[in-house]
Design a protein around this ligand. Structure first.
Ligand code: NOJ
Length: 442
């Protein structure tokens, strides 16, 4: 497989997120985010770990961009920490926060790397959470003002923007299950958070486009290939309901299709939070959709699971190979996912804005020979090519992630990087997967 098969306009990249790499959580006027608060709470993160230092990217970004360049990676995706720009989420702007992202963007450009910022990768300013956060409809205004500041300060050098990262995960894990920040639970938090995230995505898209008409504006979604546990009708319909929740709920309103609440009647509860005119406000014609996919899920009927009557059959139980996240090793899943999203006629272009796998890497004689990750990424790219050759508009692929980093509630244990990090010394070591990607991109 050669890079040339994808054409010269195909976007190859690597993805990161502010909270997972930057550290320096209170430096230079940065305000606290919900993840700073959440990680300080007992029992929320594996081993009680936090992201106070993480990969120290705030200080080491130039070195890390040197690695991106050395790996021949032309596109670098990162996120902007809202509370660096607006320490309490709204009002006074923190110049030092703007300075940092200006330095980062310039450092990318100096190296011939295209910067791809995401406005929101889960780190809401804590001061806004104290006002209700994503459950308060005012968040749409707060987010819009923040988006506008980013567009005006960075837009002159940005060709590709992403509004949000995986809204299903920060609403589902953060506002229904309570296992991610801000730790809210139940439908009374989940539904308003979903609706306000959808309104904010579309509003953010409109603001970026108005300010930067020549830039490509996108937003990203978590997607998994879903299969029913058996072909029995109850498992098949359980899998359909899970598909509504995991894959369709956040994207369809943005595509102008409204909420997919026909098959899962509990979803009608979202309507309570809708105001007249919201259907139109929910939609925005994005230039691209970012798809982020890691594994496949198998779903079976479950009487006892409230609302959905469907449950995941854990990969462990299925006796399949596992990643360090206990997700099934299933790189082939990228193909049906791309096929599925290509069927939405409103989607003009798909970039795989995240894909990768965590494995328990070991350093031996100074090297990390991560053959499993290498094979995962290579197979994913092959399967993407297959979908592309069948006419799907898949125009880019970004590996998650550059360096091992802070994997949210899982702490530092799952390592996803192309580059190994010794968190004691901050030493970086390019893994075999990173070297493979480098040679592939040469
Ligand atoms: C998706 C998220 O966007 C990212 O933050 C996370 O680290 C990866 N998935 C791996 O779980």
């Amino acid at each position: 497989m050669e890079k040339e098969l994808f054409g010269k306009d195909f976007k190859w990249g690597v993805s990161t997120a502010a909270f997972q790499i930057e550290g320096s959580c209170s430096s230079d006027g940065k305000g606290a985010s919900i993840w700073d608060t959440f990680t300080a709470r007992k029992g929320k993160v594996h081993g009680g770990q936090n992201a106070g230092v993480a990969c120290d990217f705030y200080n080491l970004y130039e070195k890390d961009l040197d690695i991106v360049k050395a790996l021949n990676i032309p596109n670098f995706r990162f996120s902007i920490a809202w509370s660096r720009i607006l320490p309490v989420g709204k009002g006074a702007v923190n110049q030092k926060g703007l300075d940092f992202y200006n330095r980062l963007i310039d450092a990318c450009l100096e190296r011939g790397i295209d910067p791809w910022p995401t406005l929101y990768h889960w780190d809401l300013p804590q001061a806004l959470e104290d006002l209700g956060g994503w459950t308060n409809r005012d968040v749409v205004e707060w987010f819009s003002a923040y988006a506008d500041i980013c567009a005006r300060n960075f837009g002159d050098r940005i060709g590709h923007w992403m509004v949000m990262n995986e809204p299903m995960v920060f609403t589902g894990a953060g506002h229904f299950l309570g296992v991610h920040a801000p730790g809210r639970t139940g439908l009374k938090n989940f539904f308003p958070a979903v609706h306000h995230a959808v309104l904010s995505m579309a509003a953010g898209g409109r603001i970026l486009k108005a300010s930067q008409p020549h830039a490509e504006i996108g937003t990203t979604f978590s997607c998994s290939h879903i299969e029913p546990y058996s072909q029995r009708s109850w498992d098949v319909s359980a899998a359909n309901r899970a598909d509504v929740l995991f894959n369709r709920l956040l994207i369809e309103p943005v595509l102008g299709m409204g909420y997919p609440d026909k098959d899962v009647s509990v979803m009608k509860g979202i309507r309570k939070y809708m105001l007249p005119g919201d259907e139109e406000k929910m939609a925005f014609d994005f230039d691209f959709i970012g798809i982020q996919t890691y594994t496949r899920e198998v779903i079976r009927y479950s009487l006892l699971t409230p609302y959905l009557h469907a449950k995941l059959v854990k990969a462990e139980k299925r006796k399949v190979p596992l990643t360090a996240m206990k997700w099934e090793v299933y790189p082939e899943g990228i193909y049906p996912v791309i096929k599925k999203y290509s069927q939405y006629k409103q989607i003009k272009k798909i970039y795989i804005t995240e894909n990768g796998a965590a494995f328990p890497d070991t350093v031996t004689n100074g090297t990390v020979d991560d053959q499993e990750r290498l094979a995962f990424i290579r197979t994913s790219i092959q399967e993407l090519l297959r979908a592309r050759e069948e006419g799907c508009p898949a125009e880019g692929y970004f590996v998650w992630t550059l360096t091992d980093n802070f994997e949210w509630a899982e702490g530092y244990r799952p390592r996803f990087g192309l580059v190994h990090v010794d968190f004691e010394t901050q030493e970086r070591r390019v893994k075999s997967s990173g070297k493979w990607y480098r040679d592939f991109l040469k």
